[in-house]
Design a protein around this ligand. Structure first.
Ligand code: FAD
Length: 446
């Protein structure tokens, strides 16, 4: 290897072996291979795969269950493969280890954008391979919807350039099937869009109105133009509270009209209402929590200038299949009344996402109204996540987003992939017949 191979006791090993999610028990991989190039990835695959040791690629390391850092296994850390090269045809080549802030800053310099997620330290690989939901998803699609091609090292050490024509089934699987399957991506090529100048906004109503807000929000957001995207948070407690953050691509006067329509549907004046025009990069930094700071501040605080801290959390998800009636919204608020230290994050979907069909890519939730993330910062409350996830099923439906995976979920195979599961399994099986890239929630275990 040109890069470093860190073993227990080596300088840098302890940091390299840490997961993003500090609520997980500490991991001790047998080795962390900090690859420097594609040849290193091939060397790792040829040496380690198929020997019965757990084996996984790592990009940003944000896997909720730490699947990119297997205990006693080999981590192929692609973080150094982080180039972001905008081409003359406005596609962008992105190294599989780039963090979202690398992608956003690199594109913004060319006045281009890619719809991605909110957290600046998330890796482009895990995000894209699971779908990629964020504040520009409704106008432009999931991150995986803009994928044009990818370079993948498979278990036999072969390098595949996959796209709609070459290895088309693998290309289908890479768009939403979830990271960790079939091979190690070294580079993605995406279509980009002109960088927008979004208006960000925030709206909150009295906690006594939360059920009204939730019911009104689903129908309002579903009927809104694609340029309007919001996240509604419902925080647990004896009186669950609400907060809406949003992104609008359009004029301030049109936004005001849309917000007024929501306020009248809720039936009471908001307690908070703010709007701010931003550049694309400023908006991305705002959501990442490193607004008005140098780009270096948007990295993990173990890196020079970085200010972002790892988190300790448990989480899970449901996909909201339809708009909520008032009585369903009441049920959701009742569920949250019985919880503490927990938040439901309703990320609006629809828009461009639903212009593709269920089986057009491995990501199956094309008609979902929203992703509902169930999140607690209480590390001991995994049972609470399971309980809320189960309680939400009759209201939201059985689907779950593979990037917000809950390791203790029971029905995860159908929840993550729905009707696409058999095709995904067949495809992954054909590229990894001996299950070298195994992990607890691999489609090959369904
Ligand atoms: C703080 C935080 C914020 C988030 N915000 C969002 C958001 O706004 N929108 C959203 O959609 N999701 C979001 N997520 C979820 C995120 O998309 C997933 O956790 C994603 O899998 C993380 O990707 P990663 O590369 O950082 O993680 P990793 O742990 O490195 O990888 C995740 C999975 O992909 C595999 N993998 C990694 N690299 C490769 C590769 N090169 N080739 C093949 N497989 C690979 C790993 O083995 C693992 O199974 C967030 C997560 C966190 C912790």
């Amino acid at each position: 290897m040109t890069g470093r191979l860190l073993r227990p006791g080596d300088s840098g090993y302890a940091e390299a072996a840490r997961t993003w999610n500090l609520a997980l028990p500490a991991r001790q991989p047998a080795a962390v291979a900090q690859v420097a190039n594609q040849a290193d990835v091939i060397a790792c695959v040829q040496k380690a795969a198929g020997r019965g040791v757990p084996f996984a690629a790592r990009s940003g390391g944000h896997s909720y269950a730490g699947y990119s850092t297997p205990d006693a296994g080999v981590v192929v850390d692609v973080a150094a493969l982080k180039h972001v090269s905008v081409r003359s045809d406005n596609t962008v080549a992105v190294g599989a280890g780039a963090k979202l802030i690398d992608v956003y800053a690199g594109l913004a310099a060319s006045n281009r954008a890619l719809p991605g997620g909110t957290c600046s330290t998330v890796g482009i690989a895990g995000l894209t391979l699971g779908g990629g939901i964020g504040v520009l998803t409704r106008p432009f699609g999931l991150t995986c919807d803009l994928l044009k091609s990818a370079t993948v090292v498979t278990v036999d050490g072969a390098v595949h350039t996959v796209d709609a024509q070459r290895d088309a089934e693998l290309f289908w699987a890479l768009r939403g099937g979830g990271g960790g399957h079939a091979g190690i991506v070294t580079e993605f090529v995406f279509t980009t869009v002109p960088a927008p100048n979004p208006i960000t906004f925030e709206l909150a109503f009295a906690a006594s109105r939360t059920a009204n807000v939730l019911a009104s929000w689903t129908s309002w957001q579903s009927a809104a133009p694609d340029g309007l995207t919001t996240t509604l948070s419902v925080s647990a407690g004896s009186l669950p509270s609400n907060n809406i953050t949003g992104t609008w691509l359009g004029s301030i006067s049109n936004l005001d009209q849309h917000l007024n329509a929501l306020v009248s549907a809720v039936g009471s004046a908001p307690t908070t209402r703010t709007t701010k025009q931003r550049s694309y990069l400023d908006a991305m930094q705002h959501y990442a929590g490193c607004e008005a700071k140098p780009i270096s501040a948007c990295y993990l605080n173990t890196e020079p200038g970085g200010t972002i801290s790892r988190e300790s959390f448990r989480a899970g998800s449901r996909m909201l299949a339809t708009n909520l009636s008032k009585s369903q919204a009441d049920q959701v608020v009742d569920i949250m009344r019985g919880q503490r230290d927990m938040i439901l994050l309703f990320d609006a979907l629809g828009g461009k996402v639903k212009t593709l069909g269920t089986s057009d890519t491995a990501y199956p939730h094309r008609s979902a109204v929203a992703s509902v993330q169930i999140y607690t910062w209480n590390a001991a409350n995994s049972p609470g996540i399971t309980a809320v996830q189960n309680s939400l099923t009759p209201v939201a439906g059985p689907g779950s987003y593979v990037n917000y995976l809950h390791p203790e979920q029971t029905n995860w195979g159908t929840a993550f992939w729905g009707p696409n599961r058999p095709r995904l399994k067949t495809t992954i099986q054909s590229y990894d017949p001996n299950h070298a890239f195994d992990f607890p929630q691999s489609v090959l275990r369904t």
